[in-house]
Design a binder for this molecule. Structure first.
Ligand code: IMP
Length: 180
């Protein structure tokens, strides 16, 4: 018998804690790039919320651009393949680029992006990941700025989705998915 009950979810990180942490990360970036301009590259769509909040708290001249890659599709497991869906609008040559990611999971997406962006000769290339799930790492890759390190759970909210649902939740929640 099939049920259409939505999967259960449990709050992992409350919005107030997210706001506090985003301010701290922004302060760290402001200190590291004092007197310079930073170019934030958001990875669509998951990083949107983090990028917007971060950009408003960084006390430097900032510019933003977006890139879109496909990795998960409608499933909660990575396919192991990354492909570009939307490239950047403008050149990053000579810029202080910070790649803004929603979550670092297997590391495949970030590895792909860093390889691609390095070829475009930015002045500096750093990574700000809202969440880090180190237990799932397949490829060794590290973020320079991390919002929260979380356990090996599938999470949604604050930009993170499951099949395009739950992105606009203010808290980050663990989603209990049926096995299969
Ligand atoms: P990676 O390539 O395995 O590091 O995965 C990167 C992408 O997978 C992220 O940018 C997310 O879009 C998605 N992803 C990984 N873990 C989760 C999760 O727990 N919830 C929602 N999306 C996730």
């Amino acid at each position: 018998m099939s049920t259409n009950r939505p999967p259960k979810r449990r709050v992992l990180i409350r919005h107030a804690a997210i706001e506090r942490r985003v301010r701290e990360v922004a302060r760290q970036i402001t200190r590291d790039f004092k007197g310079q301009r930073v170019h934030l590259v958001g990875v669509l769509k998951g990083a949107c919320f983090f990028l917007v909040d971060l950009a408003r708290e960084i006390d430097l001249e900032t510019s933003i651009d977006f890139i879109a890659v496909a990795s998960y599709g409608r499933s909660s497991e990575s396919s192991g393949q990354v492909r570009m869906l939307k490239d950047l609008d403008s050149s990053i040559a000579g810029l202080n680029v910070i790649v803004v990611e929603d979550i670092l999971d297997t590391g495949l997406t970030l590895n792909y992006l860093l390889r691609l962006l390095r070829q475009r000769r930015p002045k500096t290339l750093r990574v700000a990941a809202f969440l880090d799930k180190p237990a799932r790492r397949v490829q060794p890759v590290k973020a320079d700025y991390i919002g929260f390190t979380i356990p090996n759970e599938f999470v949604v909210g604050y930009g993170l989705d499951h099949a395009e649902h739950y992105r606009s939740l203010k808290d980050v929640c663990i989603l209990r998915l049926p096995r299969g």
